[in-house]
Design a protein around this ligand. Sequence first.
Ligand code: SF4
Ligand code: SF4
Length: 427
Amino acid sequence: SKLLNKEIEGALILDPEKVGEVSVKVAKILAPEREKLKLLPELEEVQKLALECTECGWCNRVCPNNKPMMEAVVAAGTGNFSNFEELYLNDVCYSCGRCEQECERELPLMSMLAKVGEKLAKDEKFNIRAGRGPVQDVEIRRVGAPLVLGDIPGVIAIVGCSNYPNGGKEVAEMAKEFLERNYIVVATGCGAMSIGEYRDEEGKTLYEQYSGEFDSRGLLNIGSCVSNAHISGACIKIANIFAKKPLEGNFEEIADYILNRVGACGVAWGAYSQKAAAIATGVNRWGIPVVVGPHGSKYRRLLLGRTDKKETWKIKDLRTGKIMDGEPAPEHLIYAAENMEEAIVMTAKLCIRPTDTGKGRQIKLNHYIDLYKRYYGILPPDIHLFVRNEKDIPITYKKDVKEILEEVGWEPREIPQEPSLMGMDGD
Ligand code: SF4
Ligand code: SF4
């Protein structure tokens, strides 16, 4: 009773059975009082509050995503809540509260948004595949060879936080693009949830359209954000199972194997916590590149390659010990894309690896060219860097690519059998 009468701030109960009983009883007694605290303003009240807006524009100015909060408030003042609804739907506004903090009229913008979204929230029902945990050795055995040879163009890991630059729909669209192109898509945490929020015309989510197998066109929910370790774990297993690389005390050799052979790329579209930045750079250490969203540049660490410095792409063939001209594959380790289209193109490019077979390279370049043409309207200007010999040129783009190769004075080059950066100068 002292607790309920607010005579004490709290109570420490060490008996686990008693604590269960007390907490349920206290919660039941407090429920009517808490009910009042949860009340959002009524819609009429939202409209009335909105009329107090001075149109100072500060809410828009401080919004990290430049979302039109002022316009939504002004429209709400006339009884039109559609702009608020647009902000609410698809997580376009991620309720960071920055606008509310800055509002000179101290309007409760988050409560106003929540009230307008209340009726929409009731209809929001999602489907998500259960988080499955690590990729098993048997699954790796099945797809390891096509992955290392390039027949499966890559593994795309959709990871990161939910403060997307333009709502969560883009995450599902990126996943769809790669699934349709036979990549394996693995997802964790917020990314995995966002994928489950969007349905096609038939009302199906991507989880219902694609299998959950770790195979070409498979869409896997690996688990929560901390399950990201299982994604790098899958790449490590490829090195262990296929190349018999010992796991213990062998970080450098395995990372070198992944960097040069396993076409995996992470996409962290929402950038929020330092933890997310640490995860991205953590997988970089294993040789896996990551594309981050526009806010990712605020982490203040990008690892960008220089294609203009040919001498930095030298590679060693472990089989012969020869140092030879390599290629920017992968070109970057952390890259911030400004929009979804740029991210899709870059992700496809960052799956190219020096060990791709001619057929594998054709498949990867076909996707890269196709996507580049769709979003930029031209052929990729750096395509010549990824053509090692004529067998690499995708048949559908043979004529166009050959024209570029002639223009830049391209020459075929030797392909390393066991490409590695170990034992090079500066290693
Ligand atoms: S809550 Fe944050 S994201 Fe939403 S409109 Fe305000 S400042 Fe922008
Ligand atoms: S900051 Fe407040 S008063 Fe200023 S435009 Fe935005 S909602 Fe209106």
